[in-house]
Design a protein around this ligand. Structure first.
Ligand code: NAD
Ligand code: ZN
Length: 366
């Protein structure tokens, strides 16, 4: 069966469909949602050999004409040079305002395609078909699109909501273990920001989910999307509470940028380390009981996620002072002060601008 959630944004509301085998049904599911039976599929070199043909066949059966473009895989694809190549290709094939871009892939393809859709012809529709756990539980929902600048993560971007999200949980079967785990970090994040029972559920069922339990996967994708849809519907442009979804990310983004976007470090791995830093910092500031931070660290460790930069092999990390200085490049800096998400407990988080440069450096020093 297919589970359906709706992200409620008035006339721009859209469905999030979760289930096995949605790619094979994409043509039928999408044909009446597109302004015209014309689409353009963007994917990457790892996803294409596995999932592109079934999608193209199903679109064709639905009467949707869809050429495609295959990009190099990896975080370094989220850059201006590749965006330029994508936009020039779309313009050269005479894309019209009613042509829908379809992102088939992980968060990299989704973020880049969504941003291309936001700026091409001042905005064309797009659809997300997320094929990683990270993209299914987080990046495909909510309309944040963008690319990295040389110095920082996601510094070039736009809010642009998709017309639909089709999360085919079957695609997770082909995802490499390292990427599956990285996506799991965002599931843990979603639980930590405001859903203590879900965190307890993950402590009991997370391992089964990672080992391939389909029902557990669907439950985690649905629960995470439901939280995200609720938060985004209440605060689409991140004027307030949506920023809680950045738990662990101010630390994590500094790690990603300093490691380099071609280092192989996964976004979700940086987030896992950032979650631990956020909880440890909250404990140091006397805001959170140490047992809560210990539960976070123990759970991430138990499934095999990194909890300190040194857990990632092959990266030569700069000192804590350089990492701390990098925080100044984050989008969340206001009046020169970075905004952090801190914790009072599992499932109880809040925004704070109170961390001092020394607090931040101590966090990176571990
Ligand atoms: P990714 O897109 O690089 O995918 C990870 C790897 O898995 C890639 O090598 C990809 O080719 C491969 N892959 C994808 N699907 C596969 C499948 N079904 N089978 C086999 N291989 C497959 O990375 P990601 O972890 O999905 O996304 C990370 C990106 O998402 C980061 O750039 C991050 O900033 C962004 N993000 C955005 C938001 C948002 O709200 N827009 C939220 C969270 C993260
Ligand atoms: Zn993230």
């Amino acid at each position: 069966g297919i589970d359906r959630l709706d992200l409620d944004l008035g006339p721009r509301s859209y469905p999030i469909l979760v289930g096995d085998g949605l790619i094979e049904r994409a043509g039928a599911l999408l044909r009446d949602r597109l302004p015209a039976r014309r689409a353009f599929v963007i994917t990457d070199e790892n996803v294409a050999p596995i999932h592109l043909n079934p999608l193209l066949k199903s679109l064709q059966a639905g009467g949707i004409e869809a050429p495609h473009l295959i990009l190099k895989a990896g975080e370094s694809t989220k850059c201006l040079a590749v965006l330029e190549e994508v936009l020039e290709t779309l313009i050269a094939v005479r894309t019209e305002r009613s042509t829908t871009l379809i992102a088939l892939g992980g968060g990299v393809i989704g973020d880049l395609t969504g941003f291309a859709a936001a700026v091409l012809l001042r905005g064309v529709p797009f659809v997300q078909i997320p094929t990683t756990l990270l993209a299914q539980v987080d990046s495909s929902v909510g309309g944040k699109t963008g690319i990295n600048s040389r110095t920082g993560k996601n510094l070039i971007g736009a809010f642009h909501q998709p017309r639909a999200v089709l999360a085919d949980t079957h695609t997770l079967d082909t995802l490499p273990r390292r990427d599956l785990l990285a996506g799991y970090a965002e599931v843990v994040k979603t639980a930590l920001i405001g859903d203590a029972p879900f965190f307890a559920w993950l402590e009991a069922n997370g391992q089964a989910l990672l080992d391939g339990d389909g029902a557990a996967r669907r439950h985690a994708v649905l629960t995470s999307c439901a939280t995200k849809a609720r938060v985004v519907a209440a605060d689409e442009r991140e004027a307030g509470q949506r920023a809680l979804l950045n738990l662990g990310h101010t630390f994590g983004h500094a790690l990603e940028a300093e490691a380099g976007f071609d280092s192989g470090l996964r976004h979700g791995e940086a987030v896992a380390i950032g979650l631990v830093m956020a909880y440890d910092t909250s404990v140091r500031r006397g805001l959170c009981p140490p047992q809560a931070a210990e539960r976070v660290r123990a759970h991430l460790k138990s499934v095999g996620l990194p909890t300190r930069p040194g857990d990632i092999p092959g990266i030569d990390w700069p000192g804590a002072d350089d990492l701390a200085r990098h925080v100044a490049f984050d989008k969340k800096v206001k009046d020169g002060r970075p905004t952090f998400v801190l914790a009072r407990d599992i499932g109880d988080t809040f925004l704070s601008q109170d961390l001092t440069p020394a607090d931040i450096e101590t966090a990176f020093a571990g």
